[in-house]
Design a protein around this ligand. Structure first.
Ligand code: DC
Length: 219
């Protein structure tokens, strides 16, 4: 089991995908489940402050990841969950106990068979504290904002750089300052700063650590 945690825009999904590919491991994007919940809450028009309504909705909703697709009540919403609005709502909802109680067991079930790279905010600290290798991937706010803006541009969305940076800092605060399972550097994690490093360089550092810790399946 390998975990990669870190703030928004640090490059986790890109390097996690590449690391999983190189090791022949499964990739588990844990944030996609929070995004799935957020998509459902939005679609149902439930106010996140309405705790009873939210719990009712969670009780009647199934969330899963199959073959890389996010399934909400069996419907593939992989593309819909990628918007900034859904990401922002996911971050707000992820601070709530009822939402975490729904999502964390699903993440553990998905990871249970091992041979997996998990990426998210609390995968090494809460979801899989027994993971053999843990990483914390960071980057400067400037670089993270530039990456986010590039991602948006690729999807044809023009965004003001100042607003993107402010959004990133707001998300950091929300994810780091929450009481339940805040974003932290997990105990025993290798910290990697991706500022000024290519994907290849970051994955190379990770592969070295995996090899050092002796859990590589590569021949
Ligand atoms: O990585 P992402 O942007 O898809 O995640 C969306 C939100 O979900 C993130 O801001 C916080 C929450 N999250 C979490 O609390 N724990 C995780 N393991 C993954 C994501």
């Amino acid at each position: 089991m390998i975990t990669i945690d870190g703030p928004a825009g640090a490059g986790k999904s890109t390097v996690a995908r590449e690391l999983a590919r190189r090791l022949g491991y499964r990739l588990i994007d844990t944030g996609a489940l929070y995004r799935g919940v957020a998509w459902r809450v939005r679609e149902a028009g439930v106010d996140p402050e309405d705790r009873q309504g939210l719990e009712r909705l969670l009780g009647s909703t199934t969330i899963d990841i199959k073959d890389g697709a996010v399934l909400v009540d069996g419907r593939d919403v992989s593309a819909e969950v990628r918007t900034a609005e859904v990401g922002e709502l996911a971050s707000r909802l992820a601070a709530l106990a009822a939402v975490r109680a729904k999502v964390t067991p699903i993440q553990r079930r998905l990871a249970a068979a091992g041979g997996a790279v998990l990426e998210g905010r609390d995968t090494g600290s809460v979801v899989c504290p027994d993971a053999e290798v843990k990483f914390y991937l960071d980057a400067s706010p400037e670089v993270r904002a530039i990456r986010r803006q590039r991602e948006l541009a690729e999807r044809g969305i023009a965004a003001d750089p100042k607003a993107v940076r402010a959004g990133i800092l707001q998300r950091d605060r929300q994810d780091m300052e929450r009481v339940l399972a805040p974003l932290v550097v997990p105990e025993g994690a290798t910290v990697i700063d991706s500022t000024g490093r290519s994907v290849e360089e970051v994955v190379g550092l990770m592969l070295e650590a995996v090899e050092r810790l002796g859990c590589s399946t590569r021949s």
